[in-house]
Design a protein around this ligand. Structure first.
Ligand code: C2E
Ligand code: SIN
Ligand code: SIN
Ligand code: FE
Ligand code: FE
Length: 375
C-alpha cells in the first residue's frame, strides 16, 4: 500500500515536472527551472547543475542556488561530481567530508558547507554524458535510496529537455548569424562599423520592445528581424551610397527606393521572423504624421515593429559616424528623438526608447569603436 502511494506520488511529480520543463526551449531559464524544481522535490538546501564542456572536458556549474556569479569548475574524474560524470553512475554520500572522493575546493570557493549530497549523471539518448545533477544538504536527515531513484528519473527527463534546448539555441544562433551575414552584404559598403551598427539596431530594438512590455518571444523576433531593415541598400549604386557629402535631390530619390528593394528581397517569406523583417524593411522610413516614404503611411497604419526600428535606426544613425556626417553626442541624438515624438516617431515607441535609454547608452558606451575619437 505504501509502495502504491509512493508510486502515485512519483507519477504525479514526474508528469508535472515533465510538462514544466519540456515547454522551455532556452537553456538558461530551463536550468533555473530544473534546479528550483529538483531542490523542492528532494527537500534539499541547494541544487547545482553541472554541464560537461566537451572541449575542455571540464564540468562547469551552470546554475547553483546561492552562487550568483561564481562558476565552479571540476575536471572530469575529480571530486564526487567528476566521478559521477566519468562512471555514469549516481553517488549517494551521507557524510561528504568523510568521503575521500569529495573535493572540498568548491566549498572553499563558495563559502558553503556541504554535509551530504546526492549526484546523478545527465545522459542523452545515446548514453553520452551531458553533465551532473547534484543536490546538497537534505533539509532533514540525509538523502535516501528513494531520493536517488527519483532524482535519476528527473535527470532522465531533464536530459531530454537540456538537449532539446541546446539544439534550439544552436538553431537560433545559426539563424541569427545568417541574418547578420545577409544584412552585412547590403551595409558593409556604406559603413565602417557595419557589424556594430547591425548589433546596435538589434539590441536597441529589443530594449525598446522590452520596455514597451512586449512578451519575450516577440522581443526576440524583433531582435532578429531588425538587422535586415536596410537590406535593400544592396541595390543602391556605390556612387550614391558611399557619397561623402550631401545627396542631390535625384540621388536622394534613388536612395529612397531602398525600402521597396528590401521588401522585394523579403517578399513572400515563409517564417514569421522574415515576415516581420519584410514589414520592417518596407516601413522603417515611414513617419508617424504621414510624411515619410515610400507609402506615406500614418500612425497605426505603420506596422509597430517598423515604428520601433525607425526610432532606433535614426538614433544610431545620429549617434555614430556615417560617410556623410560626423557622430553626434548621444544626448544630442536623444533630444532629437524626443522632439520628434508625435511627428516623425510614434510617441509610444519614443516612450519605450526613453525608458530603455540608460541601457541603450550602456550598450553604446561598451562598444568602444562606436565613438571614434577623430570626430
Ligand atoms: P542611414 O544613414 O541609416 O540613416 C537613417 C536615417 O537616420 C535617415 O533616413 C534620417 O532619418 C536619419 N538621419 C541620419 N543622419 C541624419 C542627420 O544628419 N540629421 C537628421 N535630422 N537625420 C538624420 P533618411 O534621411 O531617409 O536616409 C536614408 C538613408 O539614405 C541613410 O541611412 C543613408 O544611407 C542615406 N543618406 C541620407 N542622407 C544622405 C547624405 O546626405 N549623404 C549620403 N551619402 N547618404 C545619405
Ligand atoms: C565534489 O564534487 O566533490 C564537490 C562538488 C560540490 O560541492 O559541488
Ligand atoms: C538626411 O537626409 O539624412 C540629412 C538630413 C539633415 O541633415 O538634417
Ligand atoms: Fe533605411
Ligand atoms: Fe540603418
Amino acid at each position: 500500500m505504501r509502495r502504491l502511494q509512493t508510486l502515485e506520488r512519483e507519477h504525479k511529480i514526474l508528469v508535472r515536472f515533465g510538462a514544466a520543463v519540456s515547454s522551455q526551449t532556452r537553456l538558461e531559464p530551463l536550468l533555473k527551472l530544473l534546479a528550483d524544481e529538483v531542490r523542492q522535490l528532494l527537500n534539499a538546501q541547494r541544487c547545482t547543475v553541472f554541464l560537461l564542456d566537451p572541449q575542455t572536458q571540464e564540468l562547469r556549474s551552470k546554475l547553483a542556488h546561492g552562487l550568483k556569479a561564481l562558476e565552479l569548475r571540476l575536471p572530469l574524474g575529480r571530486g564526487i561530481i567528476g566521478a559521477v560524470a566519468k562512471t555514469g553512475r549516481p553517488l549517494l554520500i551521507p557524510k561528504a567530508y568523510r568521503d575521500p572522493r569529495f573535493d572540498p575546493s568548491s566549498d572553499k570557493k563558495s563559502g558553503y558547507r556541504t554535509r551530504n549530497l546526492l549526484a546523478v549523471p545527465l545522459k542523452n539518448r545515446e548514453g553520452k554524458i551531458l553533465g551532473v545533477f547534484e543536490v546538497l544538504n537534505k533539509k532533514r536527515g540525509t538523502f535516501s535510496r528513494e531520493d536517488c531513484g527519483l532524482l535519476q528519473l528527473l535527470a532522465a527527463i531533464a536530459s531530454g529537455a537540456i538537449e532539446n534546448a541546446k539544439l534550439c539555441e544552436e538553431l537560433r544562433d545559426s539563424h541569427l548569424e545568417t541574418i547578420y551575414r545577409l544584412a552585412m552584404i547590403a551595409e558593409y559598403r556604406d559603413q565602417e562599423d557595419t557589424a556594430l551598427h547591425l548589433r546596435h539596431i538589434s539590441q536597441y530594438a529589443a530594449v525598446v520592445a522590452e520596455n514597451l512590455g512586449l512578451d519575450p518571444g516577440t522581443v526576440e523576433e524583433i531582435r532578429y528581424a531588425s538587422p535586415l531593415h536596410d537590406i535593400g541598400k544592396v541595390a543602391i549604386p556605390d556612387a550614391i551610397l558611399l557619397k561623402p557629402g550631401k545627396l542631390t535631390e535625384e540621388e536622394y530619390a534613388e536612395m529612397k527606393k531602398h525600402p521597396a528593394y528590401g521588401a522585394r528581397i523579403l517578399e513572400n517569406a515563409q517564417t514569421t521572423l522574415l515576415q516581420m523583417a519584410h514589414r520592417i524593411a518596407l516601413a522603417h522610413h515611414e513617419s508617424f504624421d504621414g510624411t515619410g516614404y515610400p507609402k506615406r503611411l500614418k500612425g497605426e497604419e505603420i506596422p509597430w515593429e517598423a515604428r520601433i526600428v525607425s526610432v532606433v535606426d535614426v538614433f544610431d544613425a545620429l549617434a555614430t559616424r556615417r560617410v556623410y556626417k560626423p557622430a553626434w553626442e548621444p544626448q544630442e541624438a536623444f533630444r532629437y528623438i524626443e522632439t520628434k515624438a508625435g511627428t516623425q516617431f510614434d510617441p509610444a515607441a519614443v516612450e519605450g526608447f526613453k525608458k530603455g535609454f540608460p541601457e541603450i547608452l550602456e550598450l553604446l558606451r561598451t562598444d568602444v569603436i562606436a565613438r571614434p575619437a577623430s570626430c
